[in-house]
Structure formats: C-alpha cells, structure tokens
Write a protein that binds this ligand. Structure first.
Ligand code: FE2
Ligand code: FE2
Length: 136
C-alpha cells in the first residue's frame, strides 16, 4: 500500500507544474517506503534517498522562484520550511551512507508527515494568490 496518495482536495494548488512536482515527490517517498519494506539493499535505498533529497531541492527552487517573481508575502515562511527539510534530508542521506543511520518506520513517517503537512497547509496557502496573478 502506498504510504501517501496524492489527491486534489488535500494537495492540489491548481498550478500544473507544481502539482506535477508534488506528485513526483510523493512517488519517490512511496518508492523509498516500498523498497524499504521489501528489504532492498543499502545501495538501492541510498540511491532513492539521494534522489528524494535532490528532487526536493529542485522543487523548492522552482516554487521559491515563482513566489519571488510574483511577490508572494509568505516566501520567508516557505524558505524556512524548505531549508529545514533540505538539511534534514541531506543529513539523513549522509548518515545513511556512512552507516550511522538506518531507515526506519519513524523516518518514513517523518518524511510522509512533513510532505503532507507542508503541501496541505503551507503550499496550498499560495494557491489563490498565485492563481490570481495568472499562475496556473
Ligand atoms: Fe511544494
Ligand atoms: Fe513549499
């Protein structure tokens, strides 16, 4: 069973590029969770973890650029949350690669809950503002 399922009502921001990126992020977290529960090896898990961290950074950059261009007033709050997650994801990847950290249910719950909360509560706040500026 997928850990997190995209749905319009909870996650939709009505901006095509962003919705697609959020779907991709959800996919990569689900892929990580499935691979972990299937007992996949360290190499596979490390690679997916790296992909997740990298994809998240790219997504945050896209989002921040759109917010900045359109003068979105919640940019600082977004940057703060993005930065904290990026740091956590990179620490996790480094810890995993060095063998100091193993992936656990708690880690997966953290990733899932962070993404769920950030998209549903922080990202969705910019939806109307940006839509009104013609970003869809
Ligand atoms: Fe986002
Ligand atoms: Fe965001």
């Amino acid at each position: 069973m997928a850990l997190i399922v995209w749905n319009e009502t909870r996650y939709g921001v009505n901006i095509k590029e962003i919705d697609n990126q959020h779907k991709q992020l959800i996919d990569v977290i689900n892929h990580l969770q499935a691979s972990m529960s299937e007992g996949k090896g360290k190499d596979v898990l490390g690679k997916i973890l790296g992909n997740m961290a990298q994809y998240a950074r790219g997504h945050f950059a896209t989002e921040e650029k759109i917010m900045k261009t359109n003068g979105y007033p919640g940019l600082a709050e977004q940057q703060k949350e993005h930065e904290a997650f990026t740091k956590k994801a990179l620490d996790l990847k480094a810890g995993f690669d060095s063998g100091k950290v193993s992936l656990s249910i708690d880690t997966m719950m953290f990733l899932k809950n962070w993404l769920d909360d950030h998209i549903a509560n922080t990202d969705r706040k910019y939806s109307k503002f940006l839509n009104d500026k013609g970003v869809v």
